[in-house]
Design a protein around this ligand. Structure first.
Ligand SMILES: NC(=O)c1ccc[n+]([C@@H]2O[C@H](COP(=O)([O-])OP(=O)(O)OC[C@H]3O[C@@H](n4cnc5c(N)ncnc54)[C@H](O)[C@@H]3O)[C@@H](O)[C@H]2O)c1
Length: 443
């Protein structure tokens, strides 16, 4: 199928490369000409395992990029909208979605054949039928359902594993305004095989499924953090063991299978969730709930608990120094999770802010996201290091925010060469016995 994708960020780019891998003819569109030029050279602007390999395989064949949205829509049968949907502090910001929609509608005005427009961006329930559909009708002068179709197809990929997640999805949610639009959308996913569960529904339900999924994961994290904080206050409780005890319940594992299901990785304490999805999506859903005069008390608490975790992480250092003035601290891991260069909403930033405000001298290191972090947190007082060695030299404390593989041996290194260094495990990812001055959330 000939598919155009509007927005070539994390989702648009991965979707484009993976749909080309599945045999579709894909045209990626972006307003950023450098991004488009890089893609046409088969260079990935983001760090994501396996992505550049796919680009090298398909660019110039089944995959191309352009800034010409009009031509891309006219030359394809279906258009996916994958632009950003930030939270503006009050509500979801639909500027990019509606900007792209207007342009797509203008292209549809020139097209006689039936075309399907699908929202892949995460948007609050009601966006597709109340905003996107009327905007398409207004700018095309045509009728939805008759001249063109409209759909909503939420994306569940997780950064760091995005290519694998897209190629081997756990589910495919197909929202449509009618069966005709949903049938065309379903064709996109035909090459993924019948074994992947598919759910056909209306656009609002499809939108809500994405928010329900992200809100549940965020809730599990804040739930774990709330219990961890209580455990610390009571004393004599290690939250890692508490959660291990919870995970062993039959509700979290199958009696016949080895290992724990992935959901348990969200039932863990730490310095808080970040990234481009969970914080903004939960906040947008709360705001949307308020607009519908529905109180969102539980999700409000989820966000509040999460916002406190960075401060609690820094507070672990205060057990060793009554004042952090002049204390030299290395912050390790600046992307919001390992295996990605995405630093959006990374807890590393509030942690560094708290350290700087307390007078600490801050060094920071990340194996791939140094430049992204410098752009997002351009404080001249932070010494952004080029290597782990440089970050660990002459420090009084180390705070691991994102446990990249490269940091695996940090406790052992500290134990042998700098035994007095305080080690704060912001993710409870390390053995608490491995280093003398170990500190962790919920310990
Ligand atoms: N990043 C994730 O892990 C993830 C996962 C699932 C869903 N989502 C959702 O997918 C959507 C996209 O997220 P992202 O992280 O890929 O965003 P992003 O900011 O990385 O990329 C958006 C891209 O859209 C481009 N753009 C904006 N307006 C445009 C227009 N009119 N025409 C062409 N291009 C335009 C921008 O230049 C940018 O390159 C969001 O709604 C997000 O919530 C993201």
């Amino acid at each position: 199928m000939k598919i155009s994708i509007i927005g070539t960020g994390y989702v648009g780019l991965v979707t484009g490369a993976c749909l080309a891998e599945k045999g579709h003819q894909v045209t990626c569109v972006d307003i950023n000409p450098e991004r488009v030029a890089a893609l046409n050279r088969a260079e990935s602007p983001i760090f994501e395992a396996g992505l550049e390999e796919l680009l090298r395989k398909h660019v110039g064949k089944g995959l191309s990029a352009t800034t010409d949205l009009n031509a891309a829509v006219l030359g394809t049968e279906l258009t996916l909208i994958a632009v950003g949907t930030p939270f503006n502090g009050k509500e979801i910001d639909l500027t990019f979605v509606l900007g792209a929609t207007k342009q797509i509608g203008a292209a549809l005005k020139q097209k006689n054949a039936y075309h399907v427009v699908v929202v892949k961006s995460t948007v609050v329930p009601g966006t597709t039928d109340q905003h996107v559909l009327p905007a398409l009708e207004a700018s095309s002068g045509k009728k939805a359902g008759k001249d063109f179709g409209v759909g909503m197809n939420p994306e569940f990929l997780s950064e760091g594993e995005a290519v694998n997640d897209f190629l081997f999805p756990d589910r495919i949610v197909l929202g449509g305004i009618d069966a005709r639009a949903t049938d065309v959308l379903e064709e996109v996913y035909k090459p993924f095989g019948p074994e992947v569960p598919r759910l056909r529904t209306n656009t609002r339900t499809a939108e809500m499924i994405k928010y329900a999924s992200n809100s549940l994961l965020a809730t599990l994290i804040s739930f774990s953090n709330e219990l961890a904080n209580l455990g610390s206050a009571l004393g004599g409780i290690d939250t890692v063991e508490v959660m291990r005890g919870v995970h062993l319940s039959m509700y979290f594992r199958s009696r016949n299978k080895e290992g724990l299901p992935p959901i348990t990785s969200f039932l863990k304490a730490g310095c808080g969730f970040g990234g481009s999805c969970l914080p903004k999506d939960v906040s947008a859903l709360i705001a949307h709930g308020h607009k519908a005069a529905t109180s969102m008390r539980m999700l409000e608490s989820v966000i509040r608990i999460n916002e406190e975790q960075p401060k609690r992480t820094v507070a672990l250092l205060r057990k060793h120094w009554s004042s952090l003035k002049g204390v030299r601290v290395a912050v390790l891991g600046l992307s919001f999770k390992p295996e990605t260069s995405d630093v959006r909403e990374s807890p590393a930033f509030p942690i560094m802010r708290e350290l700087l405000d307390s007078g600490a001298a801050v060094k920071a290191y990340d194996p791939v996201a140094k430049h992204e972090a410098q752009r997002a947190f351009p404080d001249a007082k932070v010494n952004y290091c080029d290597s782990l060695d440089a970050a660990l030299t002459d420090v009084d404390a180390v705070v691991v925010v994102t446990p990249w593989k490269e940091f695996k041996d940090v406790p052992a290194r500290l134990a042998s060469s700098q035994p007095k260094t305080v080690f704060v495990d912001g993710r409870r990812a390390y053995d608490k016995q491995a280093v003398a001055n170990y500190e962790g959330i919920g310990l």
